[in-house]
Write a protein that binds this ligand. Structure first.
Ligand code: MN
Ligand code: MN
Length: 477
């Protein structure tokens, strides 16, 4: 059989026309865009350093939105088209009204603003061997060994006996003391830790935070002087008593600011980038929206890391208030099926991070399909585990629409999965929003060290996530 032999030029032309190449973002950017990417990373670094809890995230998002003309919906006057809603201080929604009626459908980007951490237990303070400690209960998926022998801070809120709410933050100011969880020295850990599985080497009940070591001066036979001194300090500084810690949410988070990582500063290392990197990208893109075709909403949700349960998580119906408000504001006659019909006509992004391939652990990744660091924002058509169990598997038509939107806006994107099929898996808010009938797909930057106290993101991936979200809101069809 005679088969044509292609020349090198023809070969290259064929390759260019037929194959999808995976190329890093940086060389594809114009000089202007490279500058913009770095500027975006700097602004993001400030945000991620300040938003270490869901409540702090809500406060920063609300402040930034109000500066850009967003007004709480209940205070709004006629003619407003930029609204905000907050829910129990832990979730927030922003909306910009579009040119077409909301009954034609809206666009939603939903991210989550909770992150894995250590919460204080209800009765946290105790003293042992003349040292005071705080008992913790971890929140979300952590590797416990990440949290020992490192500087920690306390962030949160305490409600006093009279109902007054006291915001608490220790450990971030350079003059503040920090806290830590002690680990066993290697000389004595051979059996207690070394012979155990890594997940069992540090039991959760040993994640106790060192908080003091100076006994209060008093008569010889008095006990627990260190604990008493700590309570006295809390009382002098904040007017607190021990029982107040029961009506409190105090979170132990890594102390310190985000940092550039690498001599070339390619990466940002910070706590909470899952998923505040997506929260910041959706915030940045909705703040810049002027008058989109379709009414656009950014949802910042709580409780994703523990299954989206609770009345500030994606399974809850609180954000229907946002949608009803938007329908009424748009002059829509509300019938029993209005909400469902509007949602069925709507498009959404579950804005969440994915795992980038770690060169040291290629064995858990599938190199043809997992996301490459520095290669752009990643579209994950389905999450879940095993045979797509518990997945929202986005429809090809919707993926096609996004592909056209991004290719028309020079977004550098990749399509990926989270790890090898049999290796594990995970979920996002996508399936809970999908239950309401809208089209939704997972989109976000790939991270290294995900769920650790120092997650790593590539600056170009962060920038492309923002560009992908902006293109979604601005798409004119
Ligand atoms: Mn996430
Ligand atoms: Mn997560």
């Amino acid at each position: 059989m005679n088969e044509k032999r292609f020349s090198k030029t023809e070969w290259k032309r064929l390759e260019k026309g037929l194959c999808r190449s995976r190329r890093p973002v940086w060389p594809q950017l114009t000089a202007k865009d490279r500058k913009k990417a770095l500027l975006y990373a700097d602004k993001y670094k400030y945000f991620i350093g300040k938003a270490k809890t869901e409540r702090e995230s809500v406060n920063i998002i609300v402040n930034m939105a109000q500066e850009k003309g967003f007004v709480p919906f209940e205070q709004v006057g006629p003619g407003s088209d930029r609204f905000l809603w907050t829910f129990r201080g832990k979730a927030v929604a922003l909306a910009v009204t579009g040119k077409v009626p909301v009954s034609n459908g809206i666009r939603i980007i939903a991210s989550h603003i909770d992150a894995p951490r250590l919460d204080l237990k209800q009765n946290p303070i105790y003293e042992d061997l003349e040292m005071a400690f705080l008992k913790t209960h971890y929140y979300g998926g952590i590797k416990k060994f990440h949290w020992v022998a490192r500087p920690l801070a306390i962030h949160g809120l305490v409600l006093k006996g009279d109902g007054e709410a006291i915001p608490v933050e220790f450990g971030e100011n350079p003059d503040d003391p920090v806290f830590t969880i002690n680990d066993l020295l290697p000389h004595l850990s051979r059996k207690v830790q070394g012979e155990k599985k890594i997940s069992e080497a540090i039991p959760a009940e040993k994640l106790n935070v060192l908080i003091g070591g100076l006994p209060l001066l008093g008569p010889e036979d008095m006990k627990d002087g260190v604990k008493l001194r700590i309570l006295r300090i809390l009382n002098e500084r904040y007017g607190l008593v021990e029982e107040d810690l029961i009506s409190a949410e105090l979170e132990i988070v890594p102390a310190g600011d985000p940092r550039d990582v690498g001599l070339d500063g390619a990466f940002i290392g910070a706590y909470g980038q899952d998923d505040r990197s997506c929260a910041y990208a959706s915030l940045s893109s909705i703040l810049e929206l002027e008058r989109p075709l379709v009414t656009s909403v950014a949802l910042f949700l709580d409780k994703e890391e523990i299954g989206s349960d609770g009345n500030t998580g994606a399974k809850s119906s609180f954000f229907e208030v946002v949608l009803y408000d938007l329908m009424r504001n748009g002059g829509l006659q509300i019938e029993a099926d209005s909400l469902v019909r509007m949602l069925i006509a709507s498009k959404a992004i579950s804005a969440d991070v994915t795992a980038g391939i770690d060169p040291d652990y290629k064995e858990v990744h599938e190199e043809h399909n997992d996301a490459l660091i520095g290669h752009g924002v990643c579209l994950t058509k389905y999450t879940g585990s095993g045979g797509k169990c518990s997945a929202n598997d986005a429809h090809a038509e919707y993926v096609n629409w996004l592909r056209r939107v991004w290719n028309g806006s020079k977004v550098v994107w990749q399509a990926g999965e989270l790890g090898k099929v049999d290796e594990g898996g995970g979920g996002t808010v996508a399936k809970y929003l999908a239950q309401r009938g809208l089209d939704i797909v997972d989109i976000g930057p790939p991270l290294l060290n995900m769920h650790s106290p120092f997650e790593i993101a590539h600056k170009t991936d962060l920038y492309m996530t923002y560009r992908a979200f902006a293109a979604f809101y601005n798409a004119e069809d």
